[in-house]
Design a protein around this ligand. Structure first.
Ligand code: NAP
Length: 259
């Protein structure tokens, strides 16, 4: 399918690896020029070079912490006006409700709620002015079904979800859509880190830990960054203009709910 977005320009945040890179790859394959962000310059430069070589698009890497005001300013200055924005950042650490203090919540809200909101605040006006734009926020399955030890993430991402629900309807008349993609377990570095923790705690191998977790997913496997990216690119396509303010789960059926 031709996504109809060749020649458009996208900012993809936190995208040298994992789900962000999956989104960047799918957009590059559709002919979209990219501004690519992550903190560490090495993997970011490597990802940018790979995308340029494979898809012949322009890729501008910006090494910066997207959750800091200075980092965002740097990224936004390099990006200029964009047609497509994909927001992403690392998730808050796990823990217990009784240990979390105000500062922990402020950090989580800054990273996973206020950062995507700041990026939208900066870039939506340009999209509205040109009468076309796409925003995809990478959130989590924890928005639909809480993961108890990820309370900081549950709180921050649910706040973002509420913001998007209203704002998506305010910008839709201008041809701009905002939607959220909710990943379940995907085969990224983060999944390996989680499985390593389980393997160490239970005295089992990494492969056994992964098998245990795969068994809890109806699809019996982890998702891949490539299939996550394909869903993102579709939401950014010309065909998705009637999808507004939605929260789309990509979890292999793991969330046991009718809606
Ligand atoms: P990942 O494989 O660890 O990749 C994270 C990417 O983001 C890397 O490129 C990393 O590069 C960059 N990054 C992290 N923090 C950043 C920051 N502050 N500023 C700029 N770049 C940053 O992670 P992932 O699995 O793709 O997860 C992406 C998001 O989805 C996270 O919020 C995660 O909590 C959420 N999620 C993931 C899953 C899953 O199964 N994978 C499930 C549910 C939710 P640098 O380290 O160089 O900055």
């Amino acid at each position: 399918m031709d996504l109809g977005i060749r020649g458009k320009r996208a900012l993809v945040c936190a995208a040298s690896k994992g789900l962000g890179l999956g989104c960047a790859q799918a957009l590059a394959e559709a002919g979209v020029d990219l501004v690519l962000n992550a903190r560490s310059a090495g993997p970011l430069q490597a990802a940018a070079a790979d995308l340029r070589a494979r898809f012949g698009v322009q890729v501008t890497p910006v090494a910066a912490d997207i959750t800091s005001e200075a980092g965002r300013a740097e990224v936004l200055a390099a990006a200029g006006a964009v047609d497509i924005l994909v927001t992403n950042a690392g998730g808050p650490p796990p823990g217990l409700w009784s240990d979390w203090r105000r500062e922990d919540f402020i950090r989580a809200l800054d990273a996973n709620m206020l950062t995507p909101i700041a990026l939208m605040t900066a870039l939506l006006p340009g999209m509205i002015a040109q009468g076309w734009g796409r925003v995809v926020n990478i959130t989590s399955q924890s928005v639909k079904a809480p993961i108890a030890q990820l309370g900081l993430s549950n709180a921050a991402r649910t706040g973002l979800t509420g913001y998007v629900a209203g704002t998506a309807r305010q910008v839709a008349p201008s041809g701009v859509t905002i939607n959220n993609l909710l990943p379940g377990i995907h085969a990224t570095d983060r999944a390996v880190a989680l499985d390593t923790g389980v393997a160490q705690a239970q005295g089992i191998s990494l492969t056994e830990a992964r098998k245990q977790r795969e068994a809890t997913i109806p699809a019996r496997r982890y998702g891949t960054p490539a299939e996550f990216g394909a869903a993102c690119a579709y939401l950014c396509s010309q065909h998705a203009g009637f999808i507004v303010g939605q929260n789309i789960l990509l979890d292999g059926g793991a969330t046991n709910a009718t809606f």
